[in-house]
Design a protein around this ligand. Structure first.
Ligand SMILES: [Zn+2]
Length: 276
């Protein structure tokens, strides 16, 4: 739980646990940025042309963020997208990042509020920039590997992600298992307790860790055969196809699915007109 406190030497402003010296953290940040940049440049050219669309994304008067991927890691990658014609950035600032993490359900509200109140000017904006760097580095990896299972050799490309994950302060707690009927506790051979992961939120930098974890879960637990990009010609949204027939083609039937239907209808009408 984040707690805003006056920082003493070697103390976090957000929690009572001691934090690493700032110099060492900065060195790691620079090293990570270098690794992310180099890997990004290597992987960038594996993106399909439509995913490299240029131009500044819209950062104001945006539609709500999209959570259509059926996977938190892919939802994070979809936090920049071209849902309808225009590229939209949902992580343009520190406040954007807090709002997105809240909607994604990745960070407890009280932690987000503590960071909002306690962060130094520009501190959260800098973390949002690191989140965008992480996202933009990782997205080409997905484009490169989607459609087939992840090979063990892929771990080499994910070294920067492992470096980020190594900073995590995760621990576990025993808590009461949620059940619809409280009288079920202790019955049916299932324990009434469950192991729940928690995290010490040492500094705003720790907001990157649930994002990194969502990407790690994506590569370790999802079948990449079912990871797809929307077939909409200008759409950049990614998702997991969980349909039984593995026939999902669109981010949403209401947007790209409908557009494809209309385009097919227009094509048929034109062909019918020509053949008359
Ligand atoms: Zn789409």
């Amino acid at each position: 739980m984040a707690r805003v406190e006056r920082a003493g030497k070697g103390q976090s402003r957000y929690a009572s646990q001691p934090v690493r010296p700032q110099g060492a953290s900065l060195t790691r940040d620079i090293a990570l940025c270098g690794l992310l940049k180099a890997s990004c440049q290597r992987l960038y050219f594996t993106l399909p042309a439509y995913a490299r669309c240029s131009g500044n994304p819209v950062t104001t008067k945006r539609p709500p963020p999209v959570f259509i991927a059926d996977n938190p890691g892919l939802d994070f990658l979809n936090s920049i997208a071209v849902p309808v014609d225009v590229k939209v950035e949902w992580l343009a600032s520190g406040e954007d990042l807090l709002a997105w993490l809240k909607q994604a359900g990745l960070v407890p509200d009280e932690v987000l509020n503590a960071f909002r109140k306690g962060a130094l000017p520009g501190e959260l904006d800098a973390i949002a920039a690191q989140a965008r760097a992480l996202r933009d580095w990782f997205k080409p990896f997905v484009y490169k590997h989607m459609g087939r299972p992840i090979e063990p050799s892929a771990v080499r490309q994910l070294e920067p992600l492992n470096q980020l994950l190594a900073r995590d302060d995760e621990f576990g707690q025993l808590v009461v298992r949620d059940r619809p009927n409280k009288r079920d506790h202790g019955h049916g051979g299932v324990s009434g307790l469950v192991w729940r992961r928690q995290r010490r939120w040492q500094s705003p930098e720790s907001l990157l860790l649930p994002l990194a974890r969502s990407l790690a879960d994506l590569v370790c637990t999802e079948d990449f055969t079912c990871v797809k990009a929307c077939e909409g010609p200008d759409c950049t949204l990614l998702f997991v196809d969980r349909t039984r027939s593995r026939g999902r083609r669109w981010c949403s039937m209401a947007v790209c699915g409908n557009r494809a239907k209309q385009a097919a209808h227009r094509k048929r009408a034109q062909q019918a007109k020509r053949s008359k």
